[in-house]
Design a protein around this ligand. Structure first.
Ligand code: TYM
Length: 346
């Protein structure tokens, strides 16, 4: 049986990248799961703290994210939906894993390297100064590994930007098994699960992924955006001046991104769509993308606004979820403590 685990940060409303790259995949896995499969979807508050957050806004965003997961089709009776920060096992395991993680591995994480790049003066060729960056940003991937390994997850559905973190998780699982050998290795190596929409690009700059933190709000479409906003943002999406439509992510990233989004909405492959639009133009393609995105978001958007009025229910779901997650991970932590020598085994 499979144990499927994934997480999302409570930092604002998810965009199409989060939705098609992760959430939709979670729902598909849930709906196709065998009776013995376990599914856990976590709102990762501790990860959000690696960047400055307004406490009140963060507190609200945590509940909002629970509502958004349910609105996207996660069923709390089938999947365990919970706040990472309400299950102490994650931080306890993160500490133990940090004691077997070489600093060099963390330094190679692209997310860390891009933080360094941002903090560095662009014209300054001298040694990068990391002394002011917080340690949480640096050790963040260890916490992510702990999230996954606390449940001994077998499958992790995420977007492409999380691939390197999963590789580190597998690495740490192996290191733990090797460091604390036993006839039955504790951790299985979790598998990465990517969707075809593993990397949705910014609508304003095809060299970067769509992200919550980009300064230009027109670069993304949020799960809760109105039809008018969707139309405006798709219409202003950067494409190219080549006539006709082809699917060519390298030479025509903007155009291909629109095909990818349309594909995520309709289920047809980008290649098949490109063939259909071959003799068409960007205007016609964009018009259909607007309608398809609106169609895809209509239901989750309406369900989200309904759930926003059900605070007590959302809190109950999170409470039940945390309790189940706690139970699920207790056994792993007991084993871990025993293997490292912190717990006596009679
Ligand atoms: P987060 O909150 O940044 O993103 C949530 C999910 O959305 C995916 N994603 C994208 N997919 C396609 N195109 C994009 N433009 C795009 N942008 C984001 C991400 O890959 C992710 O799957 N560190 C994680 C959260 C986390 C986690 C975990 C995930 C913490 N612990 C354990 C899996 C397992 C993060 O910051 O995701």
């Amino acid at each position: 049986s499979r144990i499927i685990f994934s997480g999302i940060q409570p930092t604002g409303i998810p965009h199409l990248g989060n939705y098609f790259g992760a959430l939709v995949n979670w729902v598909k896995l849930q709906d196709a799961a065998a009776p013995h499969d376990k599914l856990l979807f976590s709102v990762v508050g501790w990860h959000a703290l690696t960047l400055p957050q307004d406490p009140k806004a963060l507190f609200e965003a945590r509940t909002t994210m629970i509502a958004l997961l349910l609105a996207s089709g996660i069923d709390h009776r089938r999947s365990i939906v919970f706040h990472q920060d309400e299950v102490q096992n994650h931080t306890e395991l993160a500490w133990i894993l940090s004691c077997i993680t070489p600093i060099g591995k963390l330094k190679r994480m692209t997310t860390w390297k891009s933080r360094l790049a941002v903090s560095r003066n662009a014209n300054d060729e001298s040694e990068v100064d990391d002394s002011l960056l917080n340690a949480g940003l640096f050790t963040y991937p260890i916490l992510q590994a702990a999230d996954i390994l606390a449940y001994r997850a077998t499958h992790v559905p995420v977007g492409e930007d999380q691939q390197q973190h999963l590789e580190l998780t597998r690495d740490l699982a192996e290191t733990f098994n090797r460091t604390y050998p036993s006839p039955t290795p504790l951790f299985k190596l979790p598998e990465l699960m990517l969707t075809p929409s593993k990397r949705i690009l910014s609508l304003r700059d095809s060299t970067v992924k769509m992200s919550k933190s980009a300064a230009d709000p027109n670069s993304r479409i949020l799960l809760t955006d109105s039809y008018e906003t969707i139309a405006k943002r798709v219409r202003s999406a950067v494409t190219d001046s080549i006539s006709g439509i082809t699917f060519d992510p390298v030479e025509r990233p903007g155009t291909s991104n629109l095909l990818m989004i349309l594909s995520a909405c309709t289920g047809e492959t980008p290649a098949a769509l490109a063939e259909r639009y071959a003799n068409s133009n960007h205007g016609a393609l964009k018009k259909d993308v607007v309608e398809a995105v609106e169609e895809a978001l209509r239901k989750p958007r309406a369900e989200f606004s309904r759930l926003c009025g059900e605070k007590a229910f959302l809190e109950q779901v999170a409470r039940d979820g945390a309790q189940k997650a706690q139970e699920q991970s207790n056994e792993t932590l007991k084993e871990v403590r025993m293997r490292v020598g912190l717990d006596y085994q009679p």
